[in-house]
Design a protein around this ligand. Structure first.
Ligand code: GLC
Length: 420
């Protein structure tokens, strides 16, 4: 009998995915020309033939896969998930005759997914493909069984194109299954094809808001947390090790919302990345390119700042594994090859009260469950040694954390702990 407490060993593609840690989500399509989000067709009830005219003005003049991959790389992101087709049914790839509603039949006149994949590979970024399952042109959420079966043939032929013309990809990220009964989708057929054509690709299928972290099919390799901080997954006794990933908007829209000012700051991004890694999950942060396909300046700049933090703490950020150690507040401890990393939140800049104002503060903090004898504790950023004390009987470790040196504020500061 299988051990009901055993945690399964991750398959290599799933383990590789977890080490990628931080990815860029991109929502971009003909809707980006309107600047009112990717749901604009549905929200404003634009008839399909009228909506289709957006294809005639879609130039993709600023879309450059390599430039986008550079922004991701600069942000410390290891992968990108791009909407190859969204719910409006428009494909950024050459569907090779499956439909004319694709980029080669627009003024762009080219296969934008080929450009994307080449750009990613040139920069060492792993390309993932988002693909919708819900298609408003087919009314796939309401159509009768016969039409739906035709639609499934079309959808799966579309995915087959993606699996066969762009070399090995990181994974497929599906979205829209929540629009119909699960059994309707014939997942065995879709996932079987992917495993055959792209054996190393991750299979991800968004379970949507309200259903975060649920496993929809045994072939799924990572569960989704849409717009909410991921929870630790209890993998004991499960037949397969499954990863987790939070996807999140940079403001309040996926596709560009020109009137949306609610942007996250670099500090928010750093805290959210840390919050994902706390439970071993990936962070897939979205950007919404302009009508012509450029990443908006504010979004690129925010990513660049957050990326400096990620790269300064690369070891624990990409390779850190959750531990059973408990800290106060939002603090947590990750482990890499026997070394521990304490992520410290809400510190304060050390120094003069008249020039530095912030909440939280320096001073002793406590962890329980850190059973290994500690040899040293020091800040990763400047190597400063920190005082610590251990009470083995009570299972308590206390570290006296100092504040940020004046001139710095790392938002989340990381201490490296050597154990004996
Ligand atoms: C939702 C939306 C969709 C978006 C996705 C990203 O499912 O329908 O527009 O692509 O979330 O997670």
């Amino acid at each position: 009998m299988a051990d009901s407490q055993a945690i399964p060993v991750p398959e290599p593609r799933i383990e590789r995915f977890e080490h990628m840690a931080f990815g860029m989500f991109i929502h971009w399509g003909v809707y980006s020309q309107l600047g009112r989000g990717e749901w604009v067709m549905n929200r404003e009830q634009i008839p399909a033939d009228e909506y289709a005219k957006l294809q005639d003005t879609f130039t993709a003049a600023d879309f450059d896969g390599r430039a986008i991959a550079r922004v991701a790389k600069n942000a410390g992101m290891k992968y990108i998930t791009l909407t190859t087709r969204h719910h409006d049914g428009f494909s950024l790839y050459d569907t090779r005759g499956l439909t004319d509603f694709d980029a080669p039949h627009s003024p762009a006149g080219r296969d934008l997914i080929a450009d994307y994949v080449e750009g990613c590979r040139a920069e060492g970024i792993v390309p993932f493909f988002y693909h919708t399952t819900l298609d408003w042109r087919w009314q796939s959420h309401t159509c009768d069984d016969a039409t739906f079966n035709d639609y499934l043939d079309y959808l799966y032929a579309s995915v087959e194109v993606l699996c066969t013309h762009y070399g090995p990809i990181g994974g497929l990220w599906f979205d829209g299954d929540w629009s119909r009964r699960t059994a309707d989708w014939k997942h065995d057929r879709l996932y079987g094809m992917i495993r055959r054509l792209q054996p190393e690709a991750m299979i991800i299928n968004n379970t949507g808001i309200g259903n975060e972290g649920s496993v929809s099919h045994p072939d799924v390799d990572s569960v989704t947390f849409e717009q909410s901080m991921p929870k630790a997954l209890d993998r004991r006794g499960h037949p397969k090790y499954i990863a987790g990933e939070m996807c999140q908007t940079m403001n309040s829209h996926w596709g560009i919302g020109a009137g949306d000012f609610s942007f996250k700051s670099p500090a928010n991004v750093i805290e959210n990345l840390a919050g994902c890694r706390k439970v071993g999950a990936n962070y897939l942060l979205n950007v919404g390119p302009t009508a012509e396909g450029a990443i908006p300046e504010y979004e690129a700049a925010t990513l660049a700042v957050a990326g400096r933090w990620a790269q300064q703490h690369a070891g624990p950020v990409y390779d850190g594994k959750p531990t059973g150690i408990n800290c106060q507040g939002r603090d947590f401890v990750l482990e890499v090859d026997g070394k521990l990393y304490w992520f410290v939140h809400d510190l304060r800049i050390a120094g003069h009260g008249q020039v530095t104002v912030s909440v939280g503060g320096a001073g002793p903090r406590v962890a329980t469950g850190l059973s290994q004898p500690v040899a040293s504790v020091r800040w990763m950023d400047n190597g400063e040694d920190l005082q610590f004390a251990q009470n083995a009987d009570a299972g308590i470790t206390t570290v006296d954390f100092t504040g940020y040196p004046y001139g710095t504020n790392l938002v989340v500061r990381v201490a490296e702990i050597e154990t004996v």
